[in-house]
Each structure stands twice: as C-alpha cells, then as structure tokens.
Design a protein around this ligand. Sequence first.
Ligand SMILES: [Ca+2]
Length: 338
Amino acid sequence: MAARKKRADSKKDAKKDSKKSDVRSTGAESPRAKAASRATNRSSNGGGGAKWLYGGAFVLFGVIAAVVVAQGGPTRRERGPDGDTRSETTNDDTTEVTPVAPRGAVEIPEALRVRVVERRPHDTSAFTQGLLWHDGELYESTGLEGESTVRRVDLASGEVRQRIDLDEAYFAEGLALVGDRLFQITWQDGKAFVYDRRSFEKVAEHAYEGEGWGLCWNGTDLVMSDGSDRLFFRDPETFAVRRTVRVTKVGRPLRYLNELECVDGKVWANVWQRDEIVRIDPTTGVVEATVDASGLLTPQERRRTDVLNGIAWIPERRRFVITGKLWPWTFEVELEPR
Ligand SMILES: [Ca+2]
C-alpha cells in the first residue's frame, strides 16, 4: 500500500511537470517567423508608392519562403538563438540533460491515434506492469507487494491459464521474453528474475542498480526503462548495461517512460500518467511518433482503475494489444493518422 501511495504522490509532480512542458512547447516560436517579420518591417520603411511597398514585401516574403523550404521543409525546425530561452523555464532535472538529437534538428513526431478492433475481458485485479504476446497468448507481469505475479493469459477470454505468485517482498514490473526465458524486473528491489517460459520455474536471478519500470527484448539487448527519460540496453546473460540513451520529444527530455515493446528495431513506450504511447528511435532516443490512446475506458471505468500500462505487439496481425492497471479490458488496436 505504501508503494501505491508513493506512486500517487509522485503523480502530482508529474502533473506539474507536464504543465511546464506544455508552456514550453507553446513558447517555442520559430526564429524564422521573427526574422520574416523583421524583414517585412524594414521593407515598409522605404520610400515610393503603395505598389512598391507591397511589391517589395511580396518579393521578400517569396525569397524567405524559398529559403525556408530549401533548408528542410515543414517537419524540421532549426534551433535558433531563442533555443536557449527554453532551458530557463526547465526544472533541475532537465537542465542536466544533454540533448541527443543532432544539434540544429528537432523532429516533430508523427501524430497517430488508436482505432479499436476488439475489446476483450481483462482481470480487474491485475495491476499490469508488463505485457507481451507469444505464440497466440499473452504473458503478463503484475505489480504491488503481495500481489505480484507472472501469468499466461488467454487473449479472447482474459482467463489466466498459468500463474506464479512472487514473494510478497517484491513489487514486479516489466516483462520480456528472450528465447524461452521470461525476464521480470522489480520496481525498487533491484532484482530481475528469469523463468522458464513453459514451467514458470525460476532459472536465474540478476541484481541491478536503480528502479525497474518497463522491459522488452529487441533481439540483441534487453531494453529497460526506469521512470526517467533514459533507456538502458542490457546484456541478457549478465544483465550488465551495454549503453543508455536519453529520450527526447521535440528536443526535450521525455520522462516517465514506462511499459515497453520492441517492434521492428524501434522501441515503443507508454508514458506514465498519460494516455500516450511513443515510438522511439533507439539509436538517437528521438521520439518519431506519438499515439493518442485516450478514450479507451468510459469515465466510470476510469474511476475504478489506474493508468494505461501494457502494450504488446501481435506481429501476425500487426496490431497492438493495450491494457492498464486494474483495467476491465484489453484493446486490440490499429494505429492510424490523427
Ligand atoms: Ca510490452
């Protein structure tokens, strides 16, 4: 219960932060717009009649527009002199962060949304922390001390076909499958458990520093989140960190990365306390796409549940299954442009 409260407390901070970042995003005015405005003003100071004045401004505008297009089109913005003013309003955490996006290029993510194809039952006592799809079934990790489990679940009925309960000392988090080994991490216990996929027998255990939130397997590394803007790439044999990357969205750190899914070389993450899923380039940490997953639950269902958490990719159908903590449903969804 203490753990649940702790999450609720930090929820307030998350909300404050999200407000801050909203302010920052609206304040990021293109330097070009300012330059264009200055140029137009200068041209209007010259002598001559109204025709010259309008004609001159028109030509200047045309030249500026041509330069803008030649420099990279509408999806990229240059980091201008006012780029620094953003950091004045950031908090302590973000000022330490070195942007990982190439200097001068800030990518605007593709805007997607979910379209529900199927809604199916989900165990409302499952505090979902990890979700993956393998061979026609879901594998799920649930959290909270005394309620943490690993389970194999029938997607159609939501029926739990196999489960083990963890020692009540542990608060389980993300889950990933490497061959026939299931890796399950824990929130603040610094332990990763490895199970045989079929028997759920524990076959290994690893220790690590820091918190554990989400986990996925990209074929080479276990990718792990810890609630910050960082992703850790770990060796599945030793659990040692091979490298890390900081995730940025429109040039700013994106924190609270939670449950993960590795799909076709990209890392997908749902963001804690938001109905948002992002697609991340694992090399640069840049968010390439953002998915609006709001509106899956009714307001009444929302009151009885916790946050969206749990994304699993079904490669055969090229769709995601999405659920959340204590949610009554899983949603099989397709992604479409917003
Ligand atoms: Ca997942």
